[in-house]
Design a protein around this ligand. Structure first.
Ligand SMILES: Cc1cc2nc3c(=O)[nH]c(=O)nc-3n(C[C@H](O)[C@H](O)[C@H](O)COP(=O)(O)OP(=O)(O)OC[C@H]3O[C@@H](n4cnc5c(N)ncnc54)[C@H](O)[C@@H]3O)c2cc1C
Length: 628
């Protein structure tokens, strides 16, 4: 270990596990939560098994994806045929798969015997809970799906499920502390890093956009450009008709638009490049200008582009965030599906409910949830589309086959052509049009957040850094869960990293990012976050070697669901606003015999409400007589 790593605290015993070539190496075992033995999770079925408390590399964790990748590359497993037969098998225990099981029981058959299979060691899919324990106190973070956006305006089927689970979106104002950050006099910030901008500098937002950015390491011209951009008063397409403006926005990326029409130079462009990372997982170079306009990014001065697009409502209009994000939605679904898995019945008590994972897959359950089980083949018996379906899955290296009257696939479309021989060629081609954007959400437990208070910020955009955003958790207290009110209490931070290759077309960037992500070891994330937090927060008294107490890296190589038009290569960023006639995701999701398709690939829309809506469509699609 070199002296720089030592200074950053790479040697410190904290809650994390390193993986070298897929082999777990326990570090800091004494601080690992009780569910881990000798640094390794205990086997499922033993009540101490509790994956939310696992730290280290999570999300697409080692052990979860290898069988799927092998299947896609053509590997076949001799599967043992079991006598397990179900009314319904659901593939994928994300919000869509869990909703499908719930809706099937509610609308089709309350006594249906259902098996839900998922390749991860936890349920929830992207809706992942991260727990940390420090000084006897449990703090919660989210490893993926973060918020329900405007749940009051969810479409009918999704709204019904949310309401039946007992989630009352109107209560959010009671849980979210609107005053905490202002009472501490902290606001947003921007961290300029020396590699990109020549010097490390933390600007607090009231300075950055209020006009006084003279201390930021930017040239005078870049300062002037950014001030002009964020003042957002100029019409850069003056003299054009609304239709001409729309044509410009539809044919340029946001970056190209700002360069060509707003006269922004390289420094200003470097500043804006990652602003869209969090919401769309793409940078300004491939982020369409019309979408930037619609999302209310600067540079458009309230521009009238005529008919075509409505600008989106402010997301503050009803965002709902549980401390573990939408993992609480997944947990509420599981609590309904598997009696005895967790106590309680309210949106308050779900937050601290401890789940007994040994109850998920027992014979007496009418709905069983089987984790660490990757489906590698699905086919109708005898090739007859009205016959039962054999579903083979790999668990601990062994393949087993169960059968079902009906199957709902709530995984990724792009895998289907490789494992489902019943698929027609044109439908398989449509399924290949699905592409996923990679993302990394990292939760970091720190011993106190005094440095944020000292420096005056709670959230920072970091345009040049490895993690493009760093923030303290949202100030939400629900039920028995209490947000760390004092900066002297421990805190869970949320850091985002979106691996991309600017300059390529968006789908290529996603593919390149996915490859890079699977090759990036845990200690690269750890070293980067220690370095970045040390440089940002050091002037406020933060010492990464001393103050970091736990790290969970949630990597999602298959993150946001998008669809790419096969002919034009265009991404359907917003399916409702897609103008081409061909909609690959609609062709891709057509029922095949007794197999129906849910999940966000089925709507090319990476949103929780879509996951639920698609579950509803898939369930009801299975109840009609027509096979195709
Ligand atoms: C980092 C991140 C943040 C997000 N934030 C938000 C947000 O704030 N709000 C929002 O509305 N949406 C958000 N999303 C979008 C999110 O995808 C959806 O909201 C929703 O959680 C998706 O649910 P799903 O069940 O369709 O898919 P997933 O959550 O992906 O679940 C599918 C499950 O199926 C499993 N699976 C796939 N193939 C197989 C197989 N062969 N065998 C067994 N199992 C398989 C997968 O591994 C996974 O566990 C976010 C997504 C990501 C990646």
């Amino acid at each position: 270990m070199n002296s720089r790593d030592r200074r950053l605290g790479m040697h410190r015993a904290i809650s994390r596990r390193d993986f070298v070539s897929g082999v777990g190496v326990a570090i800091g075992v004494s601080l690992l939560p009780a569910c881990a033995r000798n640094g390794e999770p205990v086997a499922e079925g033993v009540s101490a098994y509790y994956p939310p408390a696992e730290t280290g590399m999570r999300g697409s964790h080692p052990g979860s994806f290898e069988a799927a990748h092998a299947a896609v590359q053509g590997k076949h497993w001799p599967a043992e045929k079991t006598d397990e037969h179900y009314d319904l098998v659901v593939v994928g225990a994300g919000i869509s798969g869990l909703s499908a099981a719930y809706i099937y029981r509610r609308d089709v058959n309350p006594d249906a015997r259902i098996l839900v299979l998922d390749n991860h060691d936890d349920f929830g899919g992207h809706a992942k809970r991260n727990e940390f324990t420090i000084d006897g106190r449990t703090l919660i973070g989210f490893g993926g799906t973060m918020v329900m956006e405007a749940p009051k305006f969810y479409p009918a089927a999704a709204k019904q499920v949310i309401q039946e689970l007992g989630i009352d979106a109107n209560r959010y104002e009671h849980y979210h502390d609107n005053d905490l950050f202002s009472s501490l006099k902290i606001s947003r910030g921007v961290f300029f890093d020396k590699e990109t901008f020549g010097a490390d500098y933390l600007a607090i937002e009231r300075d950055v956009f209020g006009g006084a950015i003279s201390d930021a390491p930017l040239s005078a011209s870049a300062q002037a450009e950014l001030k002009r951009l964020f003042a957002d008063k100029e019409d850069y397409l003056a003299g054009m008709t609304p239709a001409e403006r729309l044509a410009v926005l539809e044919s340029h990326s946001w970056r190209d638009y700002l360069e060509k029409f707003a006269g922004m130079g390289e420094e200003a462009l470097a500043y804006v490049q990652k602003m869209s990372h969090g919401v769309w997982a793409i940078g300004a170079d491939a982020y369409p200008a019309w979408l930037a306009w619609s999302d209310d990014y600067p540079g458009f001065a309230g521009m009238d582009v005529g008919v075509g697009y409505e600008q989106s409502a402010d997301e503050a209009d009803g965002v709902f965030h549980f401390p573990d994000g939408n993992a609480s939605v997944a947990r509420m679904l599981v609590r309904k599906l598997v009696p005895g898995a967790a106590r309680g019945n309210s949106m308050e008590d779900i937050v601290t409910a401890r789940f007994d994972y040994s109850r998920l897959d027992t014979e007496e359950n009418i709905t069983r949830i089987r984790l660490s089980s990757t489906v590698v083949e699905m086919r109708h018996q005898g090739g007859e589309l009205d016959a039962d379906v054999d579903v083979s899955y790999v668990r601990n290296g062994d393949a087993r086959t169960v059968s079902a009257k009906k199957v709902i696939w709530a995984g990724y479309h792009s895998m289907l052509p490789h494992i489902c021989p019943d698929m027609r060629a044109d439908q398989a081609a449509a399924q290949r049009s699905s592409v996923r954007a990679p993302l990394v959400y990292t939760s970091v437990l720190i011993r106190n957040w005094r440095s944020f208070a000292n420096l005056g910020f709670w959230r920072a955009y970091c345009p040049g850094s490895f993690f493009q955003s760093v923030r303290v958790s949202r100030p939400v207290s629900i039920g028995d869960y209490h947000y760390p009110q004092s900066p002297d209490e421990p805190m869970v931070l949320h850091l985002q990293h979106i691996p991309l290759e600017p300059g390529l077309a968006a789908p290529e960037q996603f593919r390149a990012g996915r490859r890079a992500l699977l090759e990036t070891p845990f200690d690269t994330f750890e070293r980067n976050l220690r370095d970045q937090l040390g440089r940002m927060l050091g002037p406020g008294g933060f010492n990464p070697a001393r103050d970091i107490a736990g790290i969970t890296v949630n990597r999602w190589p298959h993150g946001y669901a998008y669809s790419v038009d096969a002919e034009s290569g265009d991404v359907a960023w917003w399916p409702e606003r897609w103008k081409k006639e061909r909609r690959s995701w609609v062709d891709a999701r057509q029922r095949v015999g007794n197999i129906a398709f849910a999940g966000t690939d089925a709507s090319a829309n990476a949103m929780t409400e879509s996951a639920i809506e698609e579950a509803h469509r898939a369930v009801h699609g299975l109840t009609t007589e027509t096979a195709r």
